[in-house]
Design a binder for this molecule. Sequence first.
Ligand code: NAD
Length: 351
Amino acid sequence: MVDITDIPVEGYERVRRAVDPKSGLHAIISVHNTVLGPALGGMRLWPYASEQEALTDVLRLSSGMTYKAACAGLNLGGGKSVIIGDPSMKSEAFFEAMGDFVESFDGQYITAEDVNTKVEDMDIINRRTKHVTGLAGKSGNPSPKTAWGVFLGLKATLEDVYGSDSVAGKTIAIEGAGSVGKVYAELIAKEGGKIIVADIKQEAAEDLAKVTGGQVVHPDAIRSVECDVYAPCALGGSINDETLPLLNCRAICGAANNQLMDVRHGELLRDRGIRYAPDYVVNAAGLINVYDEMQPGGYKEDRAMANMELIRENMRKIFAIADEEGIPTATAADRFAERRIEAVRSGVEQA
Ligand code: NAD
């Protein structure tokens, strides 16, 4: 029997922990906000050092999902789940227990795959709850779609910085040659962009450099290489007190969640004249894709791809808000999202 307990957290609608000694499951689900709709967010499996560390992560990730969905024009709230443990502990019983945990939210939270969880795992979850997306045979792997959305964000960023959205001849420094970074780099190279790539897995970086005609640098060097756009596509927090002074780019546009270590780093980027494409705005295409599964008639790729165009439009609006209000682009994105949530909350707009 899964033992489920509430963790009261101010500003969050519902946060719960689940412990199941039999399967070894220890997880937290956070529902941040459901004004726009049910809270959809991935299920992350990570060897957190403590429950506190996992809680901090899930709170941050779930509120990020609220903002991401709001900006992307989706009628979804923000939620996330984290499982504390090593990916080697995966078993059917483990994911069935997690399915029961998701079900305990009665549709307030809808799950999907994330770091270290796969479509096959979602299929097991689906035995215990219908509140799961990204199942086999539906919208599929979100990463190529996320990469496409980041590419649309890149076009809007280049247009803003250089007056043309052409990628040809521009140098993009890709940090992380994983599922998203690889496809993103390939799209850039296909349109004549130059790739510099780094990955802690040297082989992944070398393979991507080969495919794109790019150049490999050491992971410690990617943030300081001279480039037009630095593209964080690995982990969060890569823009921080240490790295910010090293940046040698005109703009930042990548897939990673929570790229800014702290909100003040948005201000510091602005001071340095580096245009930042807010992470949750440009990396929303995977979410837009999976959301399409919930639409009338089920998943339609054409419709999902058409909806991703909103990323480019939103970036233009967010850059305009930042300039008009004299604020960093990250703050402008927050305001853009908050205005939509507030309009729906107060009944001015319908979700
Ligand atoms: P991934 O695990 O497939 O790829 C990440 C890559 O980064 C790996 O190859 C890893 O070796 C590398 N890496 C890790 N630390 C590094 C470092 N310090 N320097 C250089 N390389 C490093 O993950 P992904 O699915 O490609 O996602 C990348 C980022 O985008 C993550 O932050 C993820 O949360 C975010 N994101 C992904 C999606 C999606 O659809 N996959 C959607 C939204 C956001």
